[in-house]
Design a protein around this ligand. Structure first.
Ligand SMILES: NC(=O)c1ccc[n+]([C@@H]2O[C@H](COP(=O)([O-])OP(=O)(O)OC[C@H]3O[C@@H](n4cnc5c(N)ncnc54)[C@H](O)[C@@H]3O)[C@@H](O)[C@H]2O)c1
Ligand SMILES: [Zn+2]
Ligand SMILES: [Zn+2]
Length: 365
């Protein structure tokens, strides 16, 4: 089968004929239908996220179950599935405390780039190739642990559904699960990519009144308005003052950072009112620090929280998000600015990096 392989940091994806083994016990073979082009894969390309190489990246995908390995009970051939990049066990401390997004059971193999038994199913000319997030969706087919499979309604288009695998869930659920935005609240969102645009539509869903979008790409100003921004700002030195002007001089109830740059995260705290909350969803490079002034956090009771996968419970939230989309309450088709074939993956990432697209999606035959 064809897959996009990353051999070295800072190098282009290479389209290769990759050997994929049959699914082992507890594993599922998926015929991929669509895979979103998320910035988190790009962090592996730049080295901001460290991962064993060579690797097949891609973690925002949907497809159809082709075959299942021994003992699989969650899905059967023919099921439509969205893949969960943070598989949960249902039994560990975090799963039992309502935080399956923080499940610790599979972190070892997932970050080692293998299946749960510590081995891979991918190779090129006999050489091992690793799986990103246990998924590796930049490929025509994927073998994945059954714990990553969430079955969905069959009348939902799988192209739109693929985006629920990361950007939509991360963006929408950060406003509903990580924090609870309330009717009348003021919200500012830094970064209007796949994640940030979904924070905007999450804020609309929650009834926020003032919804301010900040980005450095001019093309994102109109896009942000389409997804619910009441005001848009080009990133710059006077952003904090402009946000205060739009929020009664106080600052926003919530600021969401959906880029992953420590300096932007630090600036975003200034845009939050006393007693308000800064939510960090962007992934800053591993090993970097963000510096927040403790003196201000205390005296102004500002809160800072991180959000991983929107604090989602994917088995509950993927189908719920899809239902909202099918009912016309979330815009997923409009997120897909461009479709690409797998061969066009390098072009797809160029478009993401230059801020031209809401989301690019790789569509498989
Ligand atoms: N927390 C999670 O679970 C989670 C899930 C998915 C993605 N992420 C992370 O969220 C971030 C966003 O992902 P994405 O796929 O939406 O990326 P993206 O590239 O589609 O969007 C990023 C946006 O930020 C803008 N931007 C970049 N630098 C800027 C700056 N200095 N000031 C203002 N705007 C700037 C870009 O123009 C772009 O619109 C990434 O770091 C990604 O790894 C986190
Ligand atoms: Zn668990
Ligand atoms: Zn992602």
């Amino acid at each position: 089968m064809k897959a996009a392989v990353l051999y070295e940091p800072e190098s282009p994806f290479v389209i290769e004929d990759v050997t994929l083994q049959e699914p082992g016990p507890g594993e599922v073979l998926i015929q991929m239908v669509a895979s979103g082009v998320c910035h988190s894969d790009w962090h592996v390309v730049t080295g901001a996220t460290q991962h064993p190489l060579p690797v097949v990246l891609g973690h925002e995908g949907a497809g159809i179950v082709e075959t299942v390995g021994e003992g699989v009970t969650r899905v059967e051939p023919g099921d439509h599935v969205i893949l969960n990049w943070a598989p949960d066990c249902g039994e560990c401390f975090y799963c039992l405390h309502g935080k399956p997004n923080l499940c610790e059971a599979f972190l070892g193999p997932v970050w080692a780039g293998t299946m749960l038994d510590g081995t891979t199913r991918l190779s090129v000319d006999g050489e091992t190739v690793y799986h990103f997030s246990g998924l590796a969706t930049f490929a025509e087919q994927a073998v994945v642990p059954e714990q990553t499979c969430v079955s969905i309604r069959k009348d939902a288009p799988l192209k739109a559904a693929s985006l629920v695998g990361c950007a939509v869930t991360t963006g929408v659920c950060v406003t509903t699960n990580t924090v609870q935005v309330r009717p009348g609240d003021s919200v500012v969102v830094y970064g209007c990519g796949g994640v940030g645009l979904n924070v905007l539509q999450g804020a609309v869903l929650c009834g926020a009144e003032t919804i301010i979008a900040v980005d450095r790409a001019p093309a994102k100003m109109d896009l942000a308005k389409e997804f619910g921004a009441t005001d848009t700002l080009m990133a710059g030195d006077d952003t904090v003052e402009a946000i205060k002007d739009l929020t009664g001089g106080r600052g926003a109830d919530y600021a969401f950072e959906a880029i992953g740059i420590p300096a932007v995260q630090e600036g975003a705290l200034e845009a939050v009112r006393p007693g308000g909350t800064l939510v960090l969803a962007g992934l800053a490079p591993m090993g970097t620090s963000t510096n927040f002034p403790g003196a201000i956090l205390v005296r102004q009771e500002k809160n800072v929280v991180g959000s991983y996968y929107g604090t989602a419970n994917t088995r509950r939230d993927f189908p719920m998000i899809l239902d909202l989309y099918m009912a016309g309450k979330l815009r997923l088709d409009e997120l897909i600015s461009r479709e690409y074939t797998l061969d066009e993956i390098n072009e797809a990432y160029e478009a993401m990096l230059s801020g031209q697209v809401a989301r690019g999606v790789i569509v498989f035959e």
